[in-house]
Design a protein around this ligand. Structure first.
Ligand SMILES: *Cc1c(COP(=O)(O)O)cnc(C)c1O
Length: 228
């Protein structure tokens, strides 16, 4: 585990950006075993686990037992898995349609819970990416805010697949701008701007990320053939 080196790089990017606010750290634990996650839990800088599949997270959470670390769903959520997702996860970070917001809100109401959520935005225009398109962002914002049993905490995006630093920065800057617009429009604090992964977290911090999601750099390369 390369914790020291990652923290140093986060700190350097923060200094370069002139920021002094906290940058939260999600350890992206998809494909990792419960034992690997428990070893990671000892690192106090880890604020969250990030998982991208409901089923995988469900089986791991069952055997995990008590955890000080909340689990975030950072992958696309299919409507038919909404109820299961609410049973397994503490937060849902990938709301991308009004219909999904309504369904999550209704189930949360049945469960008597208020669920912290993020809206996921497709800032790169890549077709393979999930997330709402920027032109549909404001209607989705209204739809999420109108759900009494959802608490909107902010926004998430996945950066473009490219080595072009300027293009990556542009995508992250666009999420920061949308989040500023949303704060003004809603009057809500909306503190979370979740962007930046192993390959691009420094660019994300320079553009205002308040939550980085790191998998590979922390745990090593993923082996998708091994399990799940
Ligand atoms: C897998 C994943 C990450 C982490 O990616 P790494 O490159 O391993 O750091 C972050 N965010 C999302 C949405 C992911 O699916």
């Amino acid at each position: 585990m390369n914790a020291e080196a990652i923290l140093e790089r986060i700190e350097r990017a923060r200094e370069k950006s002139g920021r002094s606010d906290k940058i939260y750290f999600a350890a992206v634990s998809k494909t990792r075993t419960v034992d690997e996650m428990k070893a990671a839990e000892k690192f106090t800088f880890i604020d969250f686990f990030g998982e991208n599949r409901v089923q995988e997270a469900e089986s791991k959470r069952k055997s995990y037992g008590q955890s000080r670390i909340p689990w975030r769903l950072i992958g696309h959520l299919q409507a038919n898995k909404a109820r299961k997702a609410l049973e397994v996860f503490d937060t849902i970070d990938s709301i991308d349609t009004p219909a999904l917001a309504e369904r999550l809100g209704r189930i949360a109401n049945e469960l008597g819970r208020v669920i912290p959520v993020l809206i996921e935005v497709n800032t790169s225009g890549e077709e393979s990416k999930s997330g709402v398109d920027p032109e549909n962002f404001m209607p989705l914002l209204d739809a999420v805010i109108s759900q009494q049993n959802l608490r909107l905490d902010g926004f998430m995006t996945v950066g473009p697949i490219t080595d072009d630093e300027a293009e990556i920065r542009r995508a992250f800057a666009s999420l920061r701008r949308l989040s500023e617009d949303a704060r003004k429009k809603s009057g809500l604090p909306l503190p979370i701007v979740s962007m930046g992964m192993s390959g691009d977290f420094e660019s994300a911090i320079l553009e205002g990320s308040t939550l980085v999601r790191i998998g590979t750099l922390l745990f090593g390369p993923r082996d998708y053939t091994q399990k799940n």
